[in-house]
Design a protein around this ligand. Structure first.
Ligand SMILES: [Fe+2]
Length: 199
């Protein structure tokens, strides 16, 4: 089994520790169990060129917010800051009319573990999304079920339900294929997502 670089190992450990402290509903708990079970089997990291995008200018603000929310989120924020120089930030490949007009330069995603990620693999995905202020991410959906850990303020939507605000440190679970979206207010949105391997 591959040995993970320290920064990646520390980030995944900080995430696991935070997630392990929480009470989860049955479906989210099963999803997260599959995520971390798969992550127990490390794969080699990719020799990719790190890259940033314009929206990354808001990362410092987002991490400051997360650090101020308590020691456990601060640990995740610090671990992410150490890992980030290795990551390749990318734009979403497509956006429809549900995205705000400032979406293209107003967002950045980084796949940490998962397809084309720092630790490339197809089973389990762990990544982050960063939105500049006042950006609406387009509606999207995917087959894997997913848990979001939200490290900033921000609004989220599932299906046609009303938008909700998990608050800093909040989390929620997306069932397979559910349509979902997120939007920032006057401050950046920063969230970690974990997608489980197919059963
Ligand atoms: Fe998603």
């Amino acid at each position: 089994m591959a040995e993970r670089p320290e920064a990646l190992q520390d980030f995944l450990a900080s995430l696991r520790s935070e997630i392990g402290q929480r009470q989860w509903g049955a479906a989210a708990g099963r999803c997260l169990w599959r995520v971390f079970d798969a992550l127990d089997r490390a794969r080699p990291v990719a020799a990719k060129t790190p890259a940033r995008l314009p929206a990354c200018a808001y990362l410092g603000d987002a991490l400051t917010t997360a650090r101020a929310a308590g020691p456990s989120l601060a640990k995740i924020a610090d671990a992410f800051a150490a890992l980030e120089p290795h990551l390749t930030w990318t734009r979403r490949a497509s956006a429809d009319q549900t995205a705000s007009a400032n979406f293209t330069d107003g967002h950045a995603n980084a796949m940490i573990v998962g397809p084309n990620g720092y630790e490339p693999r197809d089973d389990v995905w762990v990544g982050v999304s960063l939105l500049a202020p006042d950006v609406r991410y387009p509606d999207h959906h995917h087959a894997p079920e997913e848990v979001y850990l939200v490290l900033s303020k921000g609004r989220f939507r599932q299906g046609e339900d009303d938008w909700f605000e998990p608050s800093i440190g909040g989390s929620f679970y997306n069932t397979p294929h559910i349509k979902h979206a997120m939007a920032s207010g006057s401050t950046p949105l920063f969230a970690v997502w974990c997608l489980a391997p197919a059963t």
